[in-house]
Design a protein around this ligand. Structure first.
Ligand SMILES: Cc1cc2nc3c(=O)[nH]c(=O)nc-3n(C[C@H](O)[C@H](O)[C@H](O)COP(=O)(O)OP(=O)(O)OC[C@H]3O[C@@H](n4cnc5c(N)ncnc54)[C@H](O)[C@@H]3O)c2cc1C
Length: 509
């Protein structure tokens, strides 16, 4: 059997991608070397954009009761005085919590179960990919199970979601481009018997102590994470010692009252793969990019890859679009991931100032609400750059209002949405979007949403096209302009033919 897509790695990104592709009915095989989810958490935070992917995969209802809603991020000085408080409980454009914390093994289990529930998704656990190569019209993967059995798998497309050390990336001889940020941090996860006095459990703190910057985030009701920066030339083996970890934690837990679930030293990198595709083999998630976790965006970025790639693979495999559509995956995602990494590094450098004088000056400016210092800590998600699939007015995540008591994405399903203020703005190509691409074509008035009306008014839009990954493709005064712009990728000769037929019929009564 030849699968439509083989996914190497069943981490959160592989599981999200498998779920998105399985939902669309594509035949998918997932190859994962381990049998169980990775037992210790790495990611702890996901934003509303990531939750939107979980919603699309179909398991948001199972996840939401298990998360801790993040109220804010407080930057504290060494004396625990609040220097800056960044709210995180404001309403998001997705009508979902802006930012939540979670326990990754639980999160990964939910995603895996959902992905496995689609009949067209086959998951092979305990199966290690030992080699992968492009062959004619597809790729061939060699697998060795933990029982020692070897086999070959064939797929039209392969996606390496196999993590930071990605054997798929290695096999493709793709190098990582570094942002020259490599810092070692001690990550300590605790099970807490008793909440320590003053330790926030509903929001994160970054303690900007030049003697040793560190941060603490809640993960779940009885779980807390601490991340301590290693000082230059500090010995990794030394900081991992129980006594040293205990001393660091005594800042907040003078009487103990916790169990260390794990402590490990991680090197935080900022890297992006120099290429995300070799013919039929693509990369996603940590295989394609890694960020220092100061913004909690690594896995979120991987989810953006999965959403961006899933619908494009679907269109190409279904024969609705040329393979050029898949080139837009790297064109869109790589600079976006790079910008998020640069923001994380910029903010990390401000927070992790080790020079005592510079740190004191930073604190003074923050307390004086200095706009430039505030700006140096600001982060908003960038838009996707303009390109073949991002036209004028496009590039940002579309809003998700409630429509008749349901979230918009659930109403639309995994397809394009063409939303127009008027019949005339739909031009002659609405039928092509509906019939050829399976889009939902609606008039604004039919959805009866104040939020959508407001969105259209603010942008002076007549018609918007929203892609299946919920990013705005573009806005215009006439749909035909956008249809013509995507013509080459969708080979919409049918559109040209349909337009010609309609013109003919109009002019002939
Ligand atoms: C300390 C720390 C804190 C973090 N905090 C956050 C956070 O708060 N928010 C956030 O968004 N991100 C965070 N991240 C980043 C996040 O953990 C990663 O971005 C995310 O786990 C990447 O998911 P992935 O699916 O791409 O890779 P992984 O989770 O690494 O999964 C890769 C999978 O591939 C499998 N695999 C590898 N090789 C093979 C092979 N040859 N054959 C078969 N299977 C294979 C592995 O077994 C694994 O299951 C953090 C990271 C760290 C280290």
């Amino acid at each position: 059997m030849k699968y439509d897509v083989a996914i190497i790695g069943f981490g959160p990104v592989g599981a999200a991608l498998a779920g998105l592709l399985g939902k669309s009915g594509l035949s998918v095989v997932v190859v994962e070397k381990d049998r169980e989810v990775f037992p210790l958490p790495r990611a702890a935070h996901v934003d509303h954009t990531g939750l939107r992917t979980v919603q699309e995969v179909g398991c948001l209802d199972k996840l939401l009761p298990k998360v801790v809603r993040n109220k804010r991020l407080d930057l504290l000085n060494a004396d625990r005085k609040v220097l800056l408080s960044i709210p995180a409980d404001q309403e998001s454009i997705s009508a979902l919590p802006t930012s939540v914390y979670f326990y990754q093994p639980e999160f990964d289990t939910i995603l895996r179960e959902q992905a496995t529930s689609f009949p067209s998704v086959e998951v092979r656990l305990g199966a290690k990919m030992t080699s992968v190569k492009n062959v004619q019209d597809g790729a061939e993967i060699s697998i060795k199970t933990d029982a020692g059995e070897e086999s070959l798998v064939h797929a039209s497309w392969v996606v390496g979601c196999d993590g930071a050390w990605s054997p798929v990336r290695e096999a493709m001889e793709i190098k990582l481009e570094s942002s020259n940020f490599d810092e070692k941090w001690l990550v300590v996860d605790l099970l807490i018997d008793e909440v320590a006095e003053h330790l926030p459990v509903d929001h994160a703190i970054e303690v900007c102590d030049p003697a040793r910057p560190y941060l603490s985030t809640p993960i779940a009701p009885n779980r807390q994470r601490f991340e301590f920066m290693l000082l230059p030339d500090e010995d990794e083996a030394h900081v991992r010692q129980e006594k040293v970890v205990g001393d660091l934690l005594s800042l907040w837990f003078p009487k103990g009252g916790y169990k260390i679930e794990r402590s490990a030293v991680y090197t935080f990198h900022g890297v992006v793969a120099e290429s995300w595709r070799r013919d039929r083999i693509l990369l996603a998630g940590d295989a394609a990019h890694q960020t220092p976790p100061f913004l909690g965006q690594g896995m979120c970025a991987g989810f953006r890859d999965a959403s961006n790639l899933a619908w494009k693979l679907c269109q190409v495999i279904r024969g609705r679009a040329s393979e050029d559509l898949l080139d837009t995956y790297e064109q869109e995602r790589s600079p976006h991931a790079q910008k998020v990494i640069e923001s994380a590094i910029r903010i990390g450098k401000v927070i992790c100032e080790l020079d005592h004088e510079k740190a004191a000056e930073r604190d003074r400016l923050l307390l004086a609400k200095d706009p430039a210092t505030y700006q140096s800590l600001a982060f908003t998600l960038p838009r996707l750059d303009l390109g073949p699939m991002i036209l004028s007015g496009g590039g940002s995540l579309f809003i998700q209002p409630m429509i008749d008591g349901r979230l918009l994405d659930d109403v639309v399903g995994s397809r394009f949405l063409v939303l127009s203020r008027s019949e005339s703005a739909l031009g002659t190509s609405a039928g092509w979007w509906r019939d050829t691409l399976g889009a939902q074509v609606s008039l604004l008035a039919d959805l009866d949403s104040e939020a959508l009306n407001h969105w259209f008014d603010r942008r002076k839009a007549d018609v918007v096209v929203v892609r299946p990954d919920r990013y705005v493709l573009g806005i215009s005064d006439n749909l035909d302009k956008m249809t013509n712009a995507v013509n080459s990728i969708f080979g919409s000769k049918d559109f040209a033919a349909m337009s010609a037929t309609r013109q003919y019929m109009r002019s002939n009564g």
